[in-house]
Design a protein around this ligand. Structure first.
Ligand SMILES: [Zn+2]
Length: 454
């Protein structure tokens, strides 16, 4: 066709071929669509041949979402995308602007809040457009930890362990021989660890993710806080260019950043996961950097000392069967370890890029072994140092001796709160707290006060 035009008019031919070239080079292709289902949202990822301008809007009655992509065409079969667990009933496409632009319409089963953003290429994928559909669920307020105030061991609280399987969804983590993915291996280990802790009296394990979807690094620690976690353990597997690198390692937060060259490299790699999830550069949580620093400093004291003890305990247990990368617990500035008030550790269970370790990490039996070692380390630490008012503390103190369990006192004439406090060897603050007395110290004769364990 161009040849025939050329014969008629050279100028037209040049113009036309320029236009065709332009049209070709700007025609972006949508060549694949993936769906990830998380409990609170669905993520649609459109694989593109290049960066594309897009517009997102919603339509009511019935609820629809419209995505317009300029200068794009669809090469993927939308009907083949599995939408069964998503809030979308049908996804269809059409063209706009005389076929120049692509329109994708999502018919919805329920109202959702959509959010879209573009992602630049990484080692795994090329240009992508992400569409998150947030389910309209009211977020539950964090439950206040109940203070056990009776001699009844059934009211004593369990030690809550937040288990964090790294990566997920669009972020596969490190990839080993035979395309074995870190996100899959670590979820396997996390679930094994949960099962072990569930069987152990006095512990209550909770997973930050229990499926193949992405959670940002910040929301992993937020989830742990909502759980009222006593401890946070993040599970990962390493990757390195040099396939000979091997060994498991246990990490705690370092205040001065990474403690070694390897540590810095790892910290950078783990932290960059947020960029893959598309929230790193626009994270609202990152706005208060000063506050974050202050909080971080505070965490250095109590929380870090506990973190180190748990990490040592796990390191020792892992060392019984696994090759360890270093003889001691390592330190780095991983974002997930930055909870100011929750002892947090990160376990790299081995190098998935190493042939031998990948083969082990893939197997259910090795995953179980790994989980058992982490479990034993956690249990040993909390048995030696149980948090107050937990079932484990009650066990340690000799099952309901008056020392560990709050007792009661009937107020008599002439008593004041401070006298009762000093007579029972407890602080006035603790006495007020356990009895729910705020500012005023009103007590009445005959009133029964709870006396906390000293
Ligand atoms: Zn990782």
């Amino acid at each position: 066709m161009i040849n025939r035009v050329m014969r008629r008019s050279g100028v037209l031919a040049v113009l036309l071929s320029c236009w065709l070239l332009a049209a070709n080079s700007y025609a972006m292709e949508v060549h694949n669509v993936r769906v990830w289902i998380a409990p609170d949202h669905a993520r649609l990822v459109f694989d593109l041949s290049g960066a594309v301008q897009h517009k997102l809007f919603t339509l009511k009655k019935p609820d629809r979402i419209v995505l317009d992509l300029s200068g794009a065409k669809l090469l993927s079969d939308l009907a083949a995308v599995d939408l069964s667990k998503s809030p979308i009933s049908i996804m269809r496409s059409g063209s706009r602007n005389s076929g120049k632009d692509l329109r994708i319409v999502l018919d919805l089963k329920e109202a959702v809040k959509p959010k879209s953003f573009a992602l630049k290429p990484n080692d795994q994928y090329g240009h992508r457009l992400v569409l998150d559909l947030y389910r309209d669920v009211a977020e539950k307020a964090p439950q206040k930890t109940a203070i056990a105030v009776s001699n009844d061991p059934t009211t004593l609280r369990d030690i809550i362990i937040a288990i964090d399987a790294g990566h997920g969804g669009e972020d596969p983590g490190a990839i080993g021989p035979g395309r074995v993915k870190e996100k899959t291996v670590v979820l396997g280990i996390a679930r094994e660890l949960k099962a072990l802790l569930e069987k152990e009296r006095g512990f209550k394990p909770k997973l930050t993710r229990d499926g193949d979807y992405y959670i940002s690094l910040r929301s992993r620690t937020q989830r742990a806080r909502k759980m009222n976690a006593d401890m946070f353990v993040s599970i990962h597997a390493d990757g390195f260019k040099d396939k000979r690198a091997k060994g498991a390692s246990v990490w705690v937060l370092s205040p001065r950043g990474a403690s070694s060259e390897m540590g810095r490299w790892l910290a950078q790699k783990e932290n960059s996961a947020d960029l893959i999830g598309g929230v790193g550069s626009v994270s609202l949580e990152d706005k208060d950097d000063v506050l974050a620093k202050v909080l971080l400093d505070m965490s250095m004291t109590a929380s870090r000392s506990d973190s180190r003890q748990i990490a040592h305990s796990i390191h020792r247990n892992l060392g019984r069967f696994a090759k360890m990368h270093k003889k001691q617990v390592e330190q780095a500035g991983f974002v997930v370890l930055k909870s100011p008030d929750i002892p947090s550790i990160l376990v790299e269970t081995g190098f998935i890029t190493n042939h031998d370790e990948a083969a082990k990490l893939k197997s259910k039996s090795y995953q179980r072994k790994m989980a058992k070692a982490i479990f034993t380390g956690i249990k040993a630490h909390f048995s030696a140092k149980p948090p107050a008012l937990t079932w484990l503390a009650w066990q340690k103190e000799g099952r309901g001796s008056s020392k560990s369990i709050p007792s009661r006192y009937k107020v008599m004439r002439g008593d004041t709160l401070s006298v009762i406090a000093s007579r029972n060897g407890v602080s006035l603050t603790a006495l007020r707290k356990v009895n729910g007395l705020r500012n005023a110290d009103h007590i009445q004769i005959g009133q029964v006060l709870k006396i906390p364990a000293s």
